[in-house]
Ligand binder design. Sequence first.
Ligand code: ZN
Ligand code: ZN
Length: 436
Amino acid sequence: MLELGLRCQSFVDVVSTASGQSWALTNYCPVPAGPANSDHPPGFATALMNEHSPGRGRIAGDGVDGRIGQLAAKAYLESESSFPIPDRTPRPSRHRTGEPLTTTSDDLSGLIRRAEQGEEAAVEELAERQRFSTDDRLLRLFVDSIDAGTAGLPGWLVASALEGSNDGPGCFARAVAARWLASPPAALGMSAWELAEALRSQGIGPDLLAELAGPDFVWVLPEAVRGQYSSAALPLAPSDSESWPATAHSVFSGTPDDVCRWCSSPLWTALDLDTSDPVDSRTADAVTEAIAHTGWRGRLRLTTCAGCVCDVAMIVFTEVRRDGTGQWSPHNSADLLLWEPRTRHQTPPRTLFADASHGFCATPFQADPWHSRGSVLGGVPDWIQSEDTPDCPGCGEAMPYLGMISAVDADPRCEGGYYFFLHTTCGIAATIHQQS
Ligand SMILES: [Zn+2]
Ligand SMILES: [Zn+2]
């Protein structure tokens, strides 16, 4: 709209009094000269929060049960080791000098050369120019350089240019993405999988990703995460969904085996799967492939407490057994609670089953916590917030990811996604809930 001549003030006047109103818009608008655009390095917020650490001592000293504050402090201390407190001396901003954003191709080529040599300021400037660009000129320069064999441009910057220049079917950006997915150039410094992940994190959805990769594309997980995720993803559906095959198996008919020890509600049978179902071998084979990385064989009925993981707990652990029974895990201590659960005896959400009627998902990136039919077994998680893989409370190892249920598919009372993990050796499952 601004390109079409709309004045910035008119834009703010309209949007700030409508559904587009936000704190960032009316207080710290991320415009070039604004305080929100001060090149805050990663870890800035961590350092800021750690400056409040004296308050933690006050909480303990005053006898206040500041559990949330203590959990937050622990999280900030942990992240401090990955993001050391940065030097927050304000850096001079190019934009405060009023220099215009327009630049000739010669200047851009110079910037790209500096970025390829690892100059951070050049990378930042290219990222900013990409954000404000209205054509694919910058992307074409990136592509020329990478195809010519020059390495050094950060993958996220290239993926952001591909996403930002995506202009519909047949456009230059899509043609390049398809060509690189089929055969990633060495100078790109990314495997096809890593390029796909980068494109997804920049906002390219799973359907377009599948289209770009083509129907014959084979998704091969990088070695480093092969025990953690699955390249095969299978849709999950409630048993009353339209596409549910008549041969559906495994509906649990036993007595409810346990209740939540926190809120006394019956446990929710979230997933009911079987890698060796004799009635439906097609689904059984597909389930076997989607969860092969977990090493689980046989019936897998995963229970959890929907209310507690959604409302009051950080995580819920349950035990799983091959005969389809399961129970509350003694590893669920009160330390996992953010606040006290109420007794609720609520009706658990619906159970989801593997749906092999249309085969595997087109990509391992198909999970979608926002939409109906966004529930997926296997694949890789689409985290709403940050990545939050739990460690197994039995052995301390990272728990392999099993799948995700979109709340829309299971329980309209809740929003967001339920993320499931399974450590077969210990017979322990974990449920994490995330929402916006
Ligand atoms: Zn509960
Ligand atoms: Zn374990």
